[in-house]
Ligand binder design. Structure first.
Ligand code: ADP
Length: 482
């Protein structure tokens, strides 16, 4: 029997059939907790709750919704320590990063609580003299939100709060690796006074829950972050009822260092973007393209920084890099590195699993640098999602841009140069949704986040994130002739 319960219509409930799933700590392999394994019937109950709560929530004044969201934010922040610890226990990231994640989750709630009050329509110049055209923005309806494990608090807050602020009701399905954080967030929303049925969480088997969302015509929107494989499956399934979809499907970010770049700043940016969450972020630089004139000093400086990183349990305050999420992740990272070495890449540091002492029980991989990486290697095409830096030298700007654009993905790219004109021209030519110029902190609550090509459809964050949960309705009003 699961120790945890799901939130459906304001009640904490087990799976109707009593089944459960275990959640493990990726640093120790130990059991963290048990969660309910929802059946299709449980999902239908949750969707029914969201559906029945929708009309009243949609008509609640935005300022009132904002007030309830703000109370939820306070409730979340009052449990900041406990939730940060939970994130580290189920996801593995260093506690410092988990604290930061809770703070940003709270920031998303604050942003969308306020942004919901600015969901403006328009007054449109009408071609007819005795008529006026206007638009209003209305919530889409019930939104199903499927979140990944790498940012268990951030992703739930970013998406669910935008939906709630827009007037949608939601059913959240967190990743099976990290459901406890989502349940803790749900508690904060519940304690904050979000009415029963407005926010529901179902946990368990992804195929069962995903299919139940697709089959239910009361679900009007699917918002998903995860792998392209599942994203495509959901997009295909959503076609049946023509549900709206937002998809965030990962990336393969290029990190371009031009010959005039400030090398130390580029390395600072690379270290923080690459090793956050052990490289398991969709905007992590996957491939560094460095101008050949800087290659030797770059590799030397980078190696000394990477070799100093401390890998370990995220609860240890000294830890810079935590474990990978599971054995599959470990195998994928190893296979990318081995494949690159087999095809002639130069291994400068790392390149193996860490197994000393207790580390064999977790999923630890040594921070790794590979040089002389070529297009034949898998790491050039596939998302590694691990602590591995792949490096290739380039000669001309065109060559760097062409290489950066050569993957199927198109989420983020980074560019380091002191020449602002060059930065603008290159940024405009990169096929991605986001470009960091001399900076890698591109995720902000105020700004649209999302990609092109295989990286997905739609934007989250900023005002686009709110608009993603609304439909535009046109009103044509006939008025009396003057
Ligand atoms: P990741 O590599 O991040 O685990 P997934 O796409 O497998 O990527 O998972 C992202 C989210 O999608 C998780 O919540 C996962 O449980 C969910 N998911 C996986 N398979 C399906 C599916 N068939 N239908 C709906 N959701 C799914």
């Amino acid at each position: 029997m699961a120790l945890q319960k799901m939130l459906i219509y304001g009640e904490w409930v087990p799976a109707a059939a009593g089944r459960s799933i275990s959640v493990y700590n990726p640093a120790t392999g130990e059991l963290v907790d048990e969660i309910p394994a929802a059946s299709a019937e449980d999902v239908a109950t949750a969707v029914g709750a969201a559906h029945s709560a929708f009309p009243a929530w949609a008509h609640t004044p935005a300022v009132k919704r904002a007030e309830l969201l703000d109370r939820s934010r306070h409730s979340l922040l009052s449990r900041r320590e406990e939730i940060a610890r939970l994130i580290t226990e189920e996801c593995g990231k260093p506690l410092r990063q988990s604290h930061g994640e809770v703070n940003v989750a709270a920031d998303f709630i604050r942003w969308y609580a306020e942004e919901g009050r600015r969901s403006y329509g328009e007054w449109i110049p009408d071609p007819l003299p005795d008529r006026r055209l206007l638009t209003i923005r209305q919530p889409i309806g019930v939104a199903a939100i499927i979140t990944p494990w790498n940012f268990p608090a951030y992703m739930v807050a970013r998406t669910a709060t935008a939906a709630l602020a827009a007037g949608c009701t939601v059913v959240i399905k967190p990743a099976r690796q990290t459901p406890l954080t989502a349940l803790a967030l749900a508690r904060a929303f519940n304690d904050g006074g979000i009415p029963p049925g407005v926010l529901n969480v179902v946990t368990g088997d992804a195929n069962v829950i995903g299919q139940a969302f697709l089959d239910d015509q009361r679900v009007r929107k699917i918002s998903f972050a995860g792998s392209p494989k599942v994203g495509k499956l959901l997009m295909r399934g959503a076609a049946n009822h023509v549900k709206r979809v937002s998809l965030e499907l990962g990336g393969h970010a290029a990190f371009i260092i031009m010959s005039d770049a400030a090398l130390d700043r580029a390395i600072d940016g690379l270290m923080s973007a690459k090793f956050q969450n052990a490289g398991q972020t969709c905007i992590a630089p996957n491939h560094v393209y460095v101008h050949s004139s800087l290659l030797a000093p770059f590799l030397e400086l980078l190696s000394s920084r990477v070799e100093r990183l401390k890998v370990g349990n995220g609860l240890d305050s000294e830890t810079d890099v935590g474990p990978l999420i599971n054995r599959d992740a470990l195998e994928k990272v190893s296979s990318h590195v081995n494949d690159a070495i087999d095809h002639g890449a130069r291994l400068l540091t790392g390149g193996h699993q860490l197994t000393a002492d207790d580390q064999a029980k977790g999923n630890f991989y040594a921070p790794t640098i590979l040089a002389d990486v070529t297009p034949q290697m898998r790491i050039t095409r596939e998302e590694t999602f691990g602590p591995v830096i792949a490096v290739t030298a380039f000669e001309t700007d065109d060559e760097a841009i062409e290489r950066a654009n050569s993957t199927q993905y198109g989420l983020a790219a980074y560019l380091y140069t002191r020449d602002i004109s060059k930065a603008i021209r290159i940024a405009e030519r990169l096929d991605v949704g986001m470009v960091g110029v001399n900076d890698t902190r591109i995720a902000a609550v105020e700004a649209p986040f999302g990609g092109v090509k295989l990286s997905g459809i739609g934007r989250e964050g900023g005002r686009e994130g709110l608009a993603a949960f609304t439909e535009t309705k046109q009103l044509a009003l006939r008025i009396e002739p003057a």
